[in-house]
Design a protein around this ligand. Structure first.
Ligand code: FES
Length: 143
């Protein structure tokens, strides 16, 4: 399997890895088939993602996609972060092998799940903002 230099670089030096003690939005998603799990911590203030960290129990592509996803949403307003698609993540990494596309879906869904948790903690129904979250995607995995 051939990975781009960017994937290898983010895999070797993941950005924003760890936990956020003062997170006010935490999301966790998993892929039932490969068993990989991704957890995303957000610190949101005035509608802006001030800080973000992640932990991934998963493959190299899951680490690289979540690393670049955190860079793409840090400092952004919530509505922009919610527009982050797995396609944008793949483009930012200069591509992913087809069998690893689902790993980028996990990154997208982890961001959405954390934002949904933030809205829930405010007593707001997240569905109109976040839409449907595939917390246990078992259809997109080809491992
Ligand atoms: Fe399942 Fe990468 S997230 S193999």
């Amino acid at each position: 399997m051939i990975y781009s230099e960017k994937v290898m670089e983010h895999f070797a030096n993941p950005r924003n890895i760890g936990e956020l003690e003062d997170a006010n939005g935490v999301g966790e998603v998993g892929n039932a088939k490969c068993g990989d799990i991704m957890k995303m911590y957000l610190k949101i203030n005035n509608g802006i993602i001030e800080d973000v960290k992640f932990k991934t129990f998963g493959c190299g592509a899951a680490i690289a996609t979540s690393s670049i996803a955190t860079e793409m949403i840090k400092g952004k307003p919530l509505d922009e972060a919610l527009k982050l698609t797995n396609k944008a993540v793949i483009e930012a990494l200069d591509g992913l092998p087809p069998a690893k596309i689902h790993c980028s879906v996990l990154a997208e869904q982890a961001v959405k799940s954390a934002v949904a948790d933030y809205y829930k903690r405010q007593g707001i129904d997240p569905t109109p903002f976040v839409g449907k979250i595939e917390e246990h995607c078992d259809t997109c995995c080809e491992v």
